[in-house]
Design a protein around this ligand. Sequence first.
Ligand code: HOZ
Length: 427
Amino acid sequence: MKRERSQAYFAKAKDVIPGGVNSPVRACRSVGCDPLFIARASGSKIYDVDGNVFIDCVGSWGPMILGHAHPEVTAALRKALENGTSFGAPILLEVELAELLIEAVPSLEMVRLTSSGTEATMSAIRLARAYTGRKKIIKCDGCYHGHGDAFLVKAGSGVATLGIPGSPGVPEEIAGHTISIPYNDADALAKVLEKEGRHVACFIIEPVPGNMGVVLPREGYLRTVRELTQKHGVLLIFDEVISGFRMSWGGAQSYYGILPDLTCLGKIIGGGLPVGAYGGRKDIMLRIAPEGDVYQAGTLSGNPLAVTAGIATLKILSQKGTYEDLEGKGAYLGENINELIQRYSIPARVNRAGSLMTIFFTKNEVVDFSSALTSDTNCFARFYRNMLEKGVYLPPSQFEALFISLAHTKADLDETLNAAEACLKIF
Ligand code: HOZ
């Protein structure tokens, strides 16, 4: 495969951008190669600057659920572009997006738009602290809620990929207010709440984690989490930046029928442009300025292009049959990869939630961060590189999720499976 241009651009990038990238995982360090520079993408395909084409199983880490450059989203953006790109003043489209979100996500009564998921989670815990008058927060090992100071404690995603335990620059006084417990362990939550509950503002959790790789909640876990948090007056925050509009139209909360107090969203709701959101119970949301005293703001919040792409994406997603289609595609790929794993006796397994999945290179069941960490990351890296050579673009980390879009055809999935078979049979 030709990589000359990507290599030259990466060398240039490293002179002016730390590590040559604007987000660490995409540097591909844990899979032992250099990143490809992308020229364009369309539908299920992504094209690099050397003229190589790949089946894209990253989808910009989630937002591109319709596939790239969807004609309706592109047309809506073109039209919006002509009317100006940022006003720093209210527009009707923000209200429309808020209405769509509230209609779809069961626990949302009010919502505030931000420019990223990280902003949404940081703002949500500030709000929870103000509302409860408590300082501590609880999160789960291996869950990732963006790069806010309070979250960089035993975090997933790039923090796990690069093996960084926390992060220098986060004052101990801030990290000290964060308690991290194992995911899927209701007893651990019960214990910590018994001991510390009266100091805890919120429990923030990815209901279906995607940032330690995909992990599914055990039967009843989310219900117990809801009951325990309620019992201790602790706000429950679902970080649905990945699972929102991915697992189902109303996200994981709708899928499992568990209503949090606050929800954070991002990715899909911006249709590939930068958007985040946090929302929930009206009595809590009314504490946000200017209605209340909890400050949070953003010049590009509710940006006309971003909300246009979000609305266009959600309108298409709301059509009948889309989630059945995504589930069918996810099941076809996930089940057939599992079949290959068995056929070639590979110590690996697939965890899947609809069109979201991770192939863990471990023989253990992956139910939390410590079991995810039993994966052989060298095997994953080898698999990644071989798949890339065969034209399949995977997320470059064992501790991330693979995303399938509505644009993936059966032929794309079969090609992905053929590539996987060719890699696994000589493993
Ligand atoms: N932390 C992101 C995935 N969970 C990676 C984002 C990116 O590199 O674009």
